[in-house]
Design a protein around this ligand. Structure first.
Ligand code: HEC
Length: 173
């Protein structure tokens, strides 16, 4: 092996080590310190780039009215740690062994599937079952966001009476 070959090989090896260190560093950064990648972050980023103001659910003045943003917010709350997905399944399909939670897609509602009825279920829970009240753990607007998310995935979505819904919403802000 000539001297230049050896030098080249050393250089190659150094380069290899440097790239390993760099990618490991990047991996550690992304895993522990990075901003994280999820669809909501990406949406927020897109909104920033396009000049659309970031969505803050608590700023919504009439949270009982459905919108794509509210559905997305509801989806995020639904999937949040210890909230709904752990009993009702990632997609609302239920079927988790040992948990008799309602299949939200089929929507065989006991208390009704109107927006008001679903909101009331989240306030009151269903006594005698593991479906507890989310009155204290979620804000009013988060509960409405969940209602809109559930109504976006269920097959059983009875029509709301808009006037009744507005009146109820105003009273329960
Ligand atoms: C610890 C398990 C558990 C968690 C967590 C849970 N649920 Fe439930 N949920 C249930 C069970 C069990 C039922 C069925 C109760 C019954 O037998 O009527 C139910 C029923 C429901 C119903 C049906 C109401 C009706 O009228 O039939 C809705 C809607 C619902 N849950 C939404 C949610 C949402 C939204 C969340 C998150 C904020 C949530 N649940 C969290 C267990 C859970």
């Amino acid at each position: 092996m000539s001297l230049t070959d050896e030098k080249q090989e050393q250089l190659g090896f150094k380069f290899f080590i440097a790239s390993m260190v760099a990618s490991l560093g990047l991996l550690i950064y992304l895993s522990f310190f990075g901003p994280g990648v999820n669809s909501l972050d990406q949406i927020a980023e897109l909104q920033e780039e396009t000049g659309v103001p970031e969505f803050d659910v608590e700023e919504v003045e009439k949270p009982w009215l459905a919108s794509p943003e509210m559905v997305l917010e509801g989806k995020a709350v639904y999937a949040g740690a210890g909230t709904c997905a752990s009993c009702h399944g990632v997609k609302g399909e239920a079927g988790i062994p040992g948990i008799a939670a309602r299949n939200l897609i089929e929507g065989q509602w006991r208390n009704g599937g109107s927006s008001i009825a679903l909101f009331n279920t989240l306030v009151d829970g269903i006594s005698g079952t593991s479906m507890v009240s989310f009155k204290d753990s979620l804000s009013v607007n988060q509960r409405w966001a969940l209602v809109h998310f559930i109504r976006s995935i269920t097959k059983n979505r009875p029509d709301d009476n808009p006037a009744e819904l507005s009146a109820f919403g105003e009273q329960n802000l």
